[in-house]
Design a protein around this ligand. Structure first.
Ligand SMILES: Cc1ncc(COP(=O)(O)O)c(C=O)c1O
Length: 444
């Protein structure tokens, strides 16, 4: 197999059955030796290499990637400047364990994040290796800083699969089944999904779903099972990711901020999927003009290298040595990738996510006019959800797109998420929309 980068292309090229013969072998070996609990979709992509928005499989088929390795490859696959930053760093220092020793990269990225995050400066950053670890950090920190142990989370949220974050995660029963009682004392509130408002008119008053959720917390939880003075933190996604790309309604996060301020509760906003430019602003919180006490970051920050971060108000992240640390977290190679990623995001990709994202959303809204099976199009920047009538139809469309060379992935009950690399062009978007249109027509 050649190792050169992918030749430039304008369209996907599918030349074998999917997966092809080499792909099949790998899928078979995987089934034999690899953890079977990975939630793989009904199509099987066996990737060999990627470049920009394009991915080539082991059989030489070329796909247009509008999922970016689940919202991770923000700068596109193997962005040459990110590759160079990784290579240069790997030649100099790969690992030193930043929780025992020092190197320049940690304060450099932490200072950069201090300037970017929707948390009042001064902040401090803990470096992790993944989203779930960033969330674990936030949960431990909230308990430590407040001396409280209850949490409020939201149904359909996804915060990770380790035992602490799993106590919050509530997007699918399969994620919970078999793991007995939750490790942490978390109570869940329906998420204020404006398209499928879970609250009654009486709950909402004249404030819509967002008000319904706020009232639920203040009028039900606080007055029954969950006294506010026992709550360490409210944990929320500004835009629910795995739950189906559902943006928080206007005013909701600000309402949570007020509730937290009134009761000494910390507001943790999980921006693992929505952060790092994906929504057309560096963080989704900026669309709502709200500041968190703690923010969690992963996915898009490292262009594919495993890095997560938990950034908190400095007075909150004031715990004692030994309370929390990580051998690999904040590894110099991952930080080099993150610093380069942020440079590229600030240098135009956040702007591109806003502009081309709006163009893509407009195109999807036009398809909604054409196809009755699309019941909702929502989202911001390059975090767009397209909800279909049924889960079965959504799954068929996902496969039909794949067969035509477009990678998209489901989220929530019956939604397709669009989370392309933030380098997507209007020309790429046109190709993707054309394939999506065809795939829907062939699947209904
Ligand atoms: C909002 C959010 N939080 C946390 C996580 C967990 O991240 P990881 O899979 O890196 O542990 C995810 C992953 O999808 C996520 O979307």
């Amino acid at each position: 197999m050649s190792t050169s980068v992918l030749a430039p292309t304008k369209r996907p090229k599918i030349k074998t059955a999917l997966p092809g013969p080499k792909g099949k072998e790998i899928v078979e070996a995987d089934a034999k030796f690899v953890n079977p609990s990975y939630p793989r979709p009904s199509f099987k992509l066996v990737a060999e290499r990627g470049s920009g928005v394009w991915v080539e499989d082991v059989d030489g088929n070329i796909f247009l990637d509008c999922n970016a390795g689940v919202a991770v490859c923000s700068t596109g696959h193997c962005h040459p400047e990110v590759v160079k930053a990784i290579q240069q760093q790997a030649e100099q220092l790969i690992h030193m364990c930043g929780t025992d020793y020092y190197y320049r990269h940690m304060p450099q990225l932490a200072e950069k994040l201090d300037a970017l995050v929707p948390v009042k400066s001064p902040t401090r950053t803990h470096f992790a290796n993944s989203g779930t670890e960033a969330v674990e950090t936030a949960l431990k920190l909230a308990m430590y800083a407040t001396g409280r142990e209850k949490f409020i989370g939201f149904f359909n949220s996804f915060h990770g699969r380790t035992l602490g974050s799993l106590s919050l995660t509530s997007s699918k029963a399969a994620q919970r089944r078999g793991f007995k009682r939750q490790a942490l004392d978390v109570v869940h509130v329906p998420y204020p999904n404006e398209f499928r408002n879970p609250f009654s008119a009486a709950d909402c008053g004249d404030g819509g779903a967002g008000q319904g959720a706020l009232n639920w917390i203040e009028e039900r939880l606080f007055k029954t099972t969950t006294p506010p003075e026992e709550v360490a933190a409210i944990v929320v996604e500004a835009i629910q990711g795995e739950g189906g790309y559902v943006p928080a309604p206007k005013g909701f996060l600000n309402g949570l901020r007020r509730i937290c301020d009134e009761h000494g509760i910390l507001l943790i906003v999980d921006e693992v999927q929505s952060g790092m430019g994906r929504t057309g602003k560096m963080f989704a919180c900026e669309h709502y003009d709200v500041q968190a006490d703690i923010v969690t970051i992963a996915k898009g920050i490292g262009s594919g290298l495993p890095i997560g971060a938990c950034v908190a108000r400095a007075d909150v992240m004031n715990w004692k040595p030994g309370a929390h640390a990580s051998t690999f977290g904040g590894n110099p190679v991952c930080i080099a990738a993150a610093l380069k990623t942020i440079e590229l995001l600030e240098g135009g990709l956040v702007q591109n996510a806003a502009e081309v994202g709006a163009y893509l959303k407009e195109g999807l809204e036009k398809l909604q006019q054409k196809h009755d099976s699309i019941v909702d199009v929502r989202g911001m920047g390059m975090m767009i959800g397209v909800e279909f009538e049924t889960a079965e139809l959504r799954d068929r469309i996902e496969v039909a797109c794949f067969e035509r060379g477009l990678i998209i992935l489901g989220a929530g009950a019956s939604t397709i998420r669009w989370s392309p690399p933030l380098i997507l062009t209007k020309e790429n978007a046109d190709v993707a929309l054309e394939i999506f249109d065809e795939a829907i027509a062939a699947s209904v």
